[in-house]
Structure formats: structure tokens, C-alpha cells
Design a protein around this ligand. Structure first.
Ligand SMILES: *[C@@H]1O[C@H](CO)[C@@H](O)[C@H](O)[C@H]1NC(C)=O
Length: 218
């Protein structure tokens, strides 16, 4: 089975371990997989799955390979190749920003979903009694929207870049992600302050444990 030691003479020969059902487990013996073990003629290798692409199971879960799916038990069938459809989820929401007029700032938002979600940005301003929602970038020439796939598969990262920051850009921004399975939103606020003294210093407790921000493309 997967991860088991196998004989190196079987390298390059695919061994169908189970041919019953629709998803036979096919493994190959790969010698270089075994750490700390010498590989010479007749040495040991390790079984790996031949079809190592993601698959979607009848239980609605995605598996790293058809072999992993088979290992989940006889009740789970392979529905199709590729990960199962999944509504968008925001993995890194945008952070609130404080800065002065004339500064260069950006908001970023990372989302995941299958199929890969479509990411859009909106600015929400609440004036007298009614809310105005503006799809960005609109016609502002100090504002640009950028989107890039990744860093993970089915993930997409988007940015709103503002330079120079003006009073009108203060307010709430919405990162909106949608695919056929659903949608997700996250909000952040841009505070345009009078002077650098008015910028609150984040306390240690507020520090985020995430991996560092990826900046937008230069
Ligand atoms: C505030 O503006 C300065 C100058 O443009 C910039 O270097 C800095 O990154 C900004 N800070 C934030 C939190 O956006």
C-alpha cells in the first residue's frame, strides 16, 4: 500500500493493487523516496500513487489523490478529477488602514474556492440616510485594482492601490468573492487622518499571526 516499502526492480512498472470498482489504486515503486536508505540494485523503494492529482469524492470532500480517496473507505466513490466545488472563503481579509492625505496605501484580500472565485472591490459610503455602493476602480484616477491568481491553487489575491490618498477615499471597502457555489465578503476601513500622530500604533495583541503580506505587483 501507499508508503510501504517495495522492491526496486518494480520501478517504472505500475502495479494495479485493486482493480475492483471504478477507481483502481495504481502505485509505482520509487526508490529515491526512501530517506536514509541506500538504494542499489535490489534495494527498497516506496510506493507512491500513480494518479496524484486532486479528486472529488462522493462524500463531498477533496482528496490529494485517488489513492487517498480509496484509503478513506469503500463507501467513498470518486465523483470526478479535480477538487470538489466549494464556496469562496476569505483566507486573509483586508486590514484597516490609517494614513494621511497624499500617502500611498493599499488593501489586500486573499480568497479560496472551487472554481476559483471572481474577486471584486466595492466602496461603501453612508451619506445622509442612504448608502452608496461604488464598484471599484470606478473613474478615480488615484485608485487601481489588481488581481492575481495564487498563492495556492484555487486561490486569488486582489489589491486596491490608492495614491495619493485623499479625504474622499476614507470609508469602508468591501472585498467580495463569488463563484457558482456562493459568495463571501470582508470589510476594511480606510481612515484618512490629519497627521501621523493620529495613527494608532497596533498593540502586540493585535499583531496577526499570518504569513507576511504579499504586496501588489510593482
Ligand atoms: C502610509 O503612507 C506612507 C507614505 O506613503 C507609506 O509608506 C506607508 O506604508 C503607509 N502606511 C500604511 C499602513 O498604509
Amino acid at each position: 500500500m501507499l508508503g510501504n516499502l517495495c522492491l526496486v526492480h518494480a520501478i517504472h512498472s505500475w502495479l494495479p493493487i485493486s482493480l475492483s470498482g471504478t477507481n483502481p489504486i495504481v502505485q509505482k515503486c520509487r526508490a529515491e523516496q526512501v530517506k536514509g536508505q541506500k538504494y542499489g540494485g535490489g534495494g527498497a523503494g516506496q510506493c507512491v500513487c500513480k494518479n496524484d492529482g486532486e479528486v472529488c469524492g462522493s462524500d463531498g470532500k477533496s482528496y490529494g489523490s485517488s489513492c487517498q480517496l480509496r484509503a478513506a473507505g469503500a463507501a467513498v466513490r470518486q465523483v470526478r478529477k479535480g477538487a470538489c466545488d466549494q464556496a469562496p472563503r476569505i483566507t486573509i481579509p483586508p486590514k484597516d488602514i490609517w494614513n494621511i492625505s497624499g500617502a500611498q496605501v493599499y488593501l489586500s484580500c486573499e480568497v479560496i474556492g472551487v472554481p476559483t472565485p471572481l474577486l471584486t472591490w466595492k466602496k461603501v459610503s453612508s451619506g445622509h440616510r442612504r448608502e452608496k455602493v461604488e464598484l471599484l476602480p470606478g473613474d478615480r484616477d488615484n485608485l487601481a485594482v489588481q488581481t492575481r491568481g495564487g498563492p495556492e491553487k484555487h486561490e486569488v489575491t486582489g489589491w486596491v492601490l490608492i495614491s495619493p490618498l485623499g479625504k474622499e477615499e476614507g470609508g469602508e471597502y468591501e472585498c467580495h468573492a463569488a463563484n457558482a457555489k456562493g459568495e463571501a465578503v470582508a470589510m476594511a476601513t480606510i481612515h484618512v487622518v490629519e497627521s501621523l500622530k493620529d495613527i494608532p500604533t497596533p498593540s502586540l495583541g493585535m499583531k496577526q499571526a499570518h504569513r507576511p503580506d504579499r504586496g501588489p505587483m510593482k
